[in-house]
Write a protein that binds this ligand. Sequence first.
Ligand code: GLU
Length: 501
Amino acid sequence: MSKQVRVRFAPSPTGPLHIGGVRTALFNYLFAKKNGGTFYLRIEDTDQNRYVPGAEAYIMEALEWLGIAPDETIGKNEKFGPYRQSERKHLYKGYAEQLINSDWAYYAFDTSEALDAFRKSEEEQGKTFIYNHTNREKLDTSLVISAEETAKRIANGEHYVIRFKTPVNETLHLQDIIRGEVKFDTNLLDDKVLFKSDGMPTYHLANIVDDHLMETSHVIRGEEWLPSMPLHVLLYRAFGWDAPEFAHLPLILKPIGNGKLSKRDGDKLGFPVFPLEWKTEEGISSGYREKGFFPEAVVNFLALLGWNDGTDKELYSLEELVAAFDLNRVHKAGAKFDPEKNKWFNHQHLIKQEDASLAQAFTPILVEKGFTVDDNVATKVVSLIKERANFISEFWDLSDFFFVAPTEYDEKARKNWKAETPALMQELISVVEEITDFTSMNIETIVKDWMTKNEIGMGKVMQPFRLSLVGALKGPHLFDIVEVIGKQETIQRIQKAIASL
Ligand code: GLU
């Protein structure tokens, strides 16, 4: 790649960041890092009506949590700042006027009432109204009044917008890294508003001006922006600037049915569509962080929504993703979102972690339950149960018997407690009492030797033994449990079971 790679994530702060937006940020991050480039975050807040307080901070916190924070943004390496478009307001008017002067744009004074009336009369004649070359000279624009008249009306404070004068009769053959050639007929495009008399640019103008001034090399964004691509490329032409390369990412689709993944799908099927929890007066929308997902797992499953490295490999660390990522391998087709698979990813990242660090995360839960547990014990317990967990929050239910004796015994499992069981359990107590080296393997050898010597069937001892210690026929290797809870506790639990069963 010859030019310096500079890519951006350019969200509008209109609410919490949807998981689709997070994937866009991630692909930009991966592309930048893969190519030794820069990833920057620009906040596109020119639409004041849609501005939501807190959204900007949320976006930054989410990227930080995921480990994909930008290299440049508000308050960080502000080389091309400001990075908030509302603070760049003074820049855009000049660019809009430049397009007027070069005949690439025009003033439009139409009131919304006048536009509605015009639209209605067109529709009555069976035509669909588009504000473009077919109509722009029939409307209230600077294309049909004199320059003096235009200047006068602006000076009088009349409301206006500046619209792009889309060229006619041209087929644009544009290149998209993911889609290849995409064709657009300019006659079908509308003359988009670029600037409004309140002094604010629209998304299109601000986006192009900033991508240029901030030296963006590649625009990587969601498929919903593909229809804007012809206008954007024409704007670069109008300004006489080199356009960046474009890559439009596939949609993220619903887990079941058709269409784009929405917040409603998440609510219905019980999974988050936001990285972090988002609180409003209407309620709380859950987030992956609060649900107990690891950021590495979220990054991993998002990376595979629309991309793979050409093999079956699914598990990646962020570093591995950076090394493997290739924009040319992103698919065109939408990617189905699978919440069950996401749990599997979390499980995979959970079991990869050090037992000691998982134990550390488990400790507050133990404390809440009323237990102060030695670090080594907590680590040992975690090592025995983590294979069965998707989340740290599941640890307690998988391990409570290490810390508390059963208070009840599983109804179905009780049938393993036979008439001869109490006597056998009594003998087992005597065997256990004699063991000095109280480690799992040694306990197992001694107990099994005793069973073999006395010709006692495995099931006759092992199941009631487990029922006594755990209260059910579940849990990890029995002798590992025996080692962790210790001799005294083991004996007491067997005695308790004899007394209660
Ligand atoms: N502000 C746009 C958004 O909210 C940015 C689109 C683009 O990347 O050009 O997604």
